[in-house]
Design a protein around this ligand. Structure first.
Ligand code: SF4
Length: 490
């Protein structure tokens, strides 16, 4: 009998596990199973979709078609799915999206889809991951809640002492995956703030604790020895909260000289302007690779919204953090992108939002651009109301519904007035970018990007061979992506 880990992909405020990212859940789980003397087989939801919906026949898109991102991320086990599932006695299903996004080359499974895909299997079905707190693939909706008649809820609550062992043991899960993966590395749980932001599930899930630097290093080395070269220190609320971050980064580079990408993710602006802020910023610029982004959960520049949702930063503090990161990180690195610049997350549908909220957002964003600072990306979403959050208790979706009719207009204004000129500053026409990976087709366009945190999407005319590295020259700009032409890779 077989134990299967079915990865339906995860996306949380602190932690990404949607390809090309590989999250911590399947890796730690694989290690835990091994520690119990149990072998496992790793499958993705793409493997199961291909078997169930297409009889296992791989899809080659016609010239006019888009690459099928529902079946793009197959494992080395894809050809044997039928047999594997026939023999399956236990299936651990990892699932859950808490920060809905758009994914270029993957599509996370919804609970509805996963339930249908596995409904006829006779095995134990154990759900794990963010899904146990609900899941929502689209903002502006209530989350899907688990039907406990269909699934068991798995205990997945490894503390860092357990993670130390399981993360190393589970590193060989990479042997099941034929394509490049960016390894999301956990450095902390929970949030430093005593009272969290109104919409966020992180304080509900975990108490604040940082993972020991030696454990992080040991796990990364095990993954590196299994072929990993692309890493993001991304599973935490703020990487600046990590004790002695400069030493950690320096030791990573020393122990793993062939790393191609080392990036970070979440940053609390308040820590950037704090005691270690400048020292940490300099270390990130020195030891991480270029095109690095500090994703800052600003959520709103409207002071009323900040106060009523207990948000973690004010517009003034955010501005100061943006200035510090730009001071050290703005310069370009070898792949053509700035070394380290900030990104901003904005949420609409929070308590206290009025028609003035977007004017506050635009005022500050214009100031940032006018003062010569770079921002890599502005992530705008409608709030997803998760169970048990203060927002749900204060009124849930009613704040979103109040201004819903303005949402697309507001979003468009930010895209037109801020994103486009910002993209033109970051990648002026003629800029050459290297290490661009060809990922999917859409009609006669190949969409490509660099590996790493919040990579820029590049549209190149023609259907180039997929899964290859190329260099491109920038020829134009869209709202959130660029247009390029292929040039010879150095
Ligand atoms: S700062 Fe706010 S959004 Fe970030 S982890 Fe803490 S509670 Fe969540």
């Amino acid at each position: 009998m077989t134990t299967v880990i079915l990865d339906c992909y995860t996306d949380e405020p602190a932690g990404l596990g949607v390809p090309p990212y590989l999250g911590t859940y399947p890796r730690y789980l694989a290690g835990w199973l091994k520690s119990q003397g149990q072998e496992y087989i790793y499958l993705t939801i793409d493997d199961v979709r291909l078997w169930k919906n297409y009889g296992g026949k791989k899809i080659v898109p016609k010239k006019s078609q888009k690459t099928d991102i529902f079946t793009y991320n197959l494992t080395n086990n894809a050809d044997n799915v039928h047999k594997i599932l026939e023999n399956c006695s236990e299936m651990y299903i990892i699932c859950g999206v808490h920060v809905p996004g758009k994914y270029l080359s993957a599509m996370p499974g919804t609970l509805h889809e996963v339930s249908k895909l596995v409904q006829n299997l006779k095995c134990r079905k154990i759900l794990m991951g963010p899904v146990v707190f609900g899941t929502s693939l689209h903002g502006g909706k209530e989350s899907e809640i688990v039907d406990e008649n269909k699934f068991e809820i798995g205990e997945y609550d490894f503390n860092f002492a357990e993670a130390k062992k399981y993360s190393v043991l589970g590193a060989d899960i990479l042997q099941c995956i034929p394509d490049i993966r960016v390894l999301e590395i956990e450095t902390g749980k929970g949030c430093q703030r005593l009272k969290g932001c109104s919409f966020c599930t992180e304080p509900l899930k975990n108490k604040f604790v940082c993972r020991p630097n030696d454990d992080i290093l040991e796990e990364m080395k095990a993954l590196y020895d299994n072929g990993a070269r692309y890493f993001r220190l991304g599973k935490q609320a703020c990487i600046y909260a990590q004790p002695d971050l400069p030493a950690l980064l320096k030791n990573i580079r020393k122990a793993m000289p062939e790393i191609k990408v080392l990036h970070i993710d979440n940053v609390n602006p308040v820590n950037v302007i704090g005691k270690n802020g400048e020292e940490y910023t300099k270390a990130i610029v020195e030891y991480c690779t270029e095109a690095n982004v500090a994703a800052m959960g600003v959520e709103s520049f409207d002071p009323t919204v900040v106060a009523e949702n207990f948000l973690n930063t004010t517009p003034e503090l955010t501005y100061r953090a943006i200035a510090i990161i730009n001071k050290y990180g703005k310069e370009r690195g070898p792949n053509g992108m700035p070394k380290f610049i900030p990104g901003i997350n904005l949420i609409y549908g929070l308590k206290g939002e009025t028609k003035e909220t977007n004017a506050h957002n635009l005022k500050w964003l214009h100031k940032i651009i006018d003062d010569g600072f770079l921002l890599r990306r502005i992530n705008i979403r409608q709030v997803a109301v998760m169970d048990n959050t203060p927002l749900k208790e204060m009124g849930g979706l009613k704040f979103l519904h109040k201004n819903k009719r303005y949402y697309w207009k507001w979003r468009n204004q930010v895209r037109q007035e801020i994103d486009v000129p910002m993209l033109e500053k970051i990648t002026p026409v003629g800029t050459v970018l290297h290490d661009i990976y060809t990922e999917i087709y859409d009609g006669n366009t190949t969409f490509c990007r660099q590996f790493g945190t919040y990579p820029l999407i590049v549209g190149v005319k023609g259907r180039l061979p997929l899964k290859q590295f190329i260099s491109i020259r920038v020829t134009g700009h869209m709202k959130r992506s660029i247009i390029g032409e292929a040039v010879l890779q150095n």
